[in-house]
Design a protein around this ligand. Sequence first.
Ligand SMILES: *[C@@H]1O[C@H](CO)[C@@H](O)[C@H](O)[C@H]1NC(C)=O
Ligand SMILES: *[C@@H]1O[C@H](CO)[C@@H](O)[C@H](O)[C@H]1NC(C)=O
Ligand SMILES: *[C@@H]1O[C@H](CO)[C@@H](O)[C@H](O)[C@H]1NC(C)=O
Ligand SMILES: *[C@@H]1O[C@H](CO)[C@@H](O)[C@H](O)[C@H]1NC(C)=O
Length: 211
Amino acid sequence: MAPNAAVARVPLAVTIFVAVATSMLLAPAEAGLYSDRDALLALRGGLQDPDGALRSWILEVNPCEWTQVTCDRVANRVTEITIGHANLSGPLSPELGKLDQLTKLWISWTNIQGTIPEELGNLENLNSLHLHNNSLSGQIPASLGKLKSLKQLHLQQNHLTGPIPSELDGLSDQTSVNLSSNDLCGQIPTDGPFKNINSSLADNPRLGGNC
Ligand SMILES: *[C@@H]1O[C@H](CO)[C@@H](O)[C@H](O)[C@H]1NC(C)=O
Ligand SMILES: *[C@@H]1O[C@H](CO)[C@@H](O)[C@H](O)[C@H]1NC(C)=O
Ligand SMILES: *[C@@H]1O[C@H](CO)[C@@H](O)[C@H](O)[C@H]1NC(C)=O
Ligand SMILES: *[C@@H]1O[C@H](CO)[C@@H](O)[C@H](O)[C@H]1NC(C)=O
């Protein structure tokens, strides 16, 4: 009787061990994707979207299946957001700063308002940031100068004010920067991307003068 019970218990113990070990292996990847999903839902939750441009963004569906969202299927993480020509209004959620595998953030030709969250400076893999043709206001966050992978910073056609943070001269001199058609003022940084002709600062009447 006792030997039989012992034999029966071993497979159960092995099964439990395998199940726990498997869930430990899967947990980090799943946790990253759930965190990405929650950050995107925070963005959506703050926006008015009368035309339903983001209607596929729902909790029960894998965010890799949502429109405007691209994932790295091996890492199982969100890597790109591409939203254009949509009647979205409301602010950009600071939760976007948690999308640590994001390489591309494009939200352009919408009506998003408010300030650019300084948390975007945490997106260390970001390659291109396009927030042009919106209604963003306030200052350009100095934290964007931390984006060492950035190749494109396109913030033109908004209502941005204040000086260009000197920290942006820490961006690569290969970065294409477009800040035109805002209301920036003060001194223009002279290093990094601001040495190049592919930095466009046109149509900021107070730039170079006092703030
Ligand atoms: C865009 O959405 C707002 C409501 O958020 C609405 O008042 C406005 O008329 C819409 N504009 C267009 C062009 O549909
Ligand atoms: C971009 O925004 C400006 C106004 O800020 C508007 O005149 C222009 O037509 C927009 N461009 C596009 C391509 O939508
Ligand atoms: C910016 O301009 C420089 C030359 O001034 C060029 O080498 C570089 O490729 C350009 N970068 C982009 C992103 O256009
Ligand atoms: C910067 O944006 C403005 C306004 O949209 C555009 O006219 C200009 O061609 C852009 N400059 C560069 C270098 O892309």
